[in-house]
Design a protein. Structure first.
Length: 146
């Protein structure tokens, strides 16, 4: 592929990425339009009375450089605090109350293929095939009952 000037260390890669972001992440109307469409896509299935609030949460989750490039205003501090509390409560729940997984998640083959690699068991464009890896409780209940 003849790629030149590839960073060799993590620090070099981080410096390269920061320099690229400073050079390329420039606020523009097209960036804002892209952000609006993407946010609308994320909020498509959300009830309309929650869309305004959750849009503010999405903006608050953005890094400052991304937020400024997408031409969004900084969000109030209480939204950031709410997000931190939400992640904290999730961590407490997972650490203390969530049961271990019943099914083992196997997203690659158990053995190497003919080229010495592990094949992925699903394709990126077939998201619905992941249902076999993440069975819903209703499906599991139906298997036991019928």
């Amino acid at each position: 592929m003849h790629i030149k000037n590839i960073p060799r260390t993590y620090e070099e890669m981080r410096d390269w990425a920061d320099a690229y972001e400073l050079r390329a992440m420039i606020p523009s109307e097209t960036s804002h339009q892209l952000a609006e469409v993407t946010t609308a896509l994320l909020l498509f299935h959300v009830p309309s009375f929650l869309k305004g609030f959750l849009k503010r949460v999405i903006i608050a989750l953005m890094d400052d450089r991304v937020r400024m490039a997408m031409v969004y205003e900084p969000q109030p501090q209480w939204i950031h605090a709410l997000i931190e509390w939400g992640f904290y409560l999730r961590a407490v729940y997972l650490r203390n109350f969530a049961l271990p997984r019943i099914w083992r998640k196997t997203l690659t083959n158990e053995e190497k293929n003919q080229w010495g690699r592990y094949s992925v068991n699903y394709s990126d464009n077939a998201v619905s095939s992941l249902n076999s890896f993440y069975p819903s409780p209703l499906n599991v209940l139906c298997k036991f009952l019928f």
